[in-house]
Design a protein around this ligand. Structure first.
Ligand SMILES: Nc1ncnc2c1ncn2[C@@H]1O[C@H](COP(=O)(O)OP(=O)(O)O)[C@@H](O)[C@H]1O
Ligand SMILES: [Mg+2]
Length: 170
């Protein structure tokens, strides 16, 4: 589901398999810094949690893959301390109204570190400075199945920074 008109800055990254999603997460982990808001959009099962997990594990360092990064579906908020950065992973699917999100302490988490937010639409308004990451299932006629892609749309400071994103493949 595309809920926003993409602009000319939107960058599309094909995600044919989970390795590609991990590579994108690793590439993004090199770009994030305190105050960053990453809006993870897309339907259930699109891969929002998988991408957040990849980013967090990469940023945690060489042993990051040993760290369990569960979906915050029920806890709503999970925090991780990377050596130089606090990463807060949020899933707002179960939030009914923007006011209910207030007690989650997201403003403080954003002051101190990076916010990775699934179902950001539930907040009503989003920070003007952010990276929108929409994960989309696309039909892949060659493989006769579903493939995925990420549509990255930068806002504010992310426009020049996204230009530094390495292509997912290494
Ligand atoms: N290229 C891919 N990227 C991410 N997930 C993938 C990919 N291909 C298959 N999957 C599977 O799709 C599912 C995505 O689930 P999840 O990340 O929890 O979605 P969401 O958080 O958007 O609801 C996982 O079961 C994962 O194994
Ligand atoms: Mg999820």
């Amino acid at each position: 589901m595309v809920d926003e008109i993409e602009n000319e800055l939107t960058r599309i990254v094909p995600l044919p398999d989970e390795a590609a999603t991990r590579a994108l997460g690793a590439a993004l982990s090199l770009l994030v810094r305190p105050g960053d808001f990453l809006a993870l959009k897309g339907d259930l099962g699109a891969g929002k949690t998988a991408l957040a997990r990849a980013l967090i594990q990469a940023r945690l360092g060489p042993d990051g893959e040993d760290e369990e990064v569960p979906s915050p579906t029920f806890t709503l908020v999970q925090s991780y301390e990377a050596p130089d950065l606090l990463l807060t992973h949020v899933d707002l699917y179960r939030i009914d109204q923007p006011e209910d999100a207030r007690e989650l302490g997201l403003a403080d988490a954003l002051d101190e570190g990076v916010l990775l937010v699934e179902w950001p639409e539930k907040l009503g308004t989003l920070p003007a400075d952010r990276l929108d990451i929409e994960l989309v299932l696309v039909s892949d006629s060659a493989a006769q199945g579903a493939s995925r892609e990420a549509r990255l749309t930068p806002h504010g400071s992310w426009a020049p920074r996204l230009a530094g994103l390495q292509d997912g493949r290494s």
